[in-house]
Design a binder for this molecule. Structure first.
Ligand code: PEP
Length: 251
């Protein structure tokens, strides 16, 4: 399965920074700097909502897709400050991240809310990237797999056909990562849950790893079984780091 390297810019960036970063990615991918003239993975950047249009315009016709970081579950209406999936699509997005642990923590998003957002994303023609992952206390308590299975059960609608991102909360932005064995075990667990839930279709969905991925650890992480790419936060803000992670994919 071709891997997907997705950048989550979070609440960072200006129009000038977005144009510069998008142009660097456009140039690098056009020049085939990734792998002997050929991209060995799919690339996606998810800027803040204010920059989706800017980045989509800058990357139009390139090999890099654009996504949102969140969407509301409703199509439109009285939801001050929110952005709908259709609005993101209208701005040029083709993906949207939903259920990121920062949204779950900062905005109290439940699995049911995440599931409604997935439905909204699909209805608008976006590919949802659904984030799941345990806290450090849950891992230390031996509950990591049960927590993730519960999040998947609650967050994925019937017939889910998007992307899952496994992001241990304690690894996000901390410079810490699980052991390779733990990543492999969790991805195998998620795969089994997806197949149990979706049948054969569950075997073909990408499962991204996210949490302190950088160029120095990307090759080892991307080589693990069932790792279908990466969701990258901090390192996606620096073109060379993001491209360095993409170069770690061997196709
Ligand atoms: C994230 O926010 O999805 C993430 C993985 O962040 P970082 O790469 O900075 O840990």
């Amino acid at each position: 399965m071709r891997q997907l390297i997705a950048g989550n810019w979070k609440m960072n960036g200006s129009r000038a920074m977005a144009a510069e970063l998008a142009n660097a990615l456009r140039t690098a991918t056009a020049e085939g700097l990734l792998s002997g003239g050929k991209l060995a993975c799919d690339l996606l950047v998810c800027p803040p909502a204010t920059l989706v249009s800017v980045v989509a315009h800058a990357l139009l016709g390139s090999a890099v897709a654009v996504g949102g970081q969140d969407c509301h579950a409703a199509l439109s209406g009285a939801h001050t400050g929110d952005v709908s999936a259709a609005m993101l699509r209208d701005c040029g997005a083709t993906y949207v991240i939903v259920g990121h642990s920062e949204r779950r923590a900062d905005h109290g998003e439940s699995d049911a809310v995440v599931r409604a957002k997935v439905d909204a994303a699909v209805a608008a023609g976006l590919v949802p990237i659904v984030c799941v992952g345990e806290t450090e206390a849950q891992r230390l308590g031996g509950q990591a797999e049960a927590v993730v299975a519960g999040q998947l059960a609650g967050s994925l609608p019937e017939g889910f056909a998007g992307v899952v991102a496994y992001e241990p909360v304690w690894a996000i932005g901390t410079g810490r990562t699980p052991t390779e064995a733990d990543v492999a075990a969790m991805h195998a667990h998620i795969r089994a849950v997806l197949i149990g839930r979706l049948g054969v279709a569950g075997a073909g969905l990408r499962i991204l790893y996210g949490g302190s991925v950088k160029p120095s650890n990307a090759a080892a992480l991307m080589a693990l079984p069932e790792v279908g790419g990466a969701l990258v936060g901090g390192a996606s803000l620096v073109a060379e780091d993001f491209l360095g992670i993409a170069r770690a994919c061997t196709g």
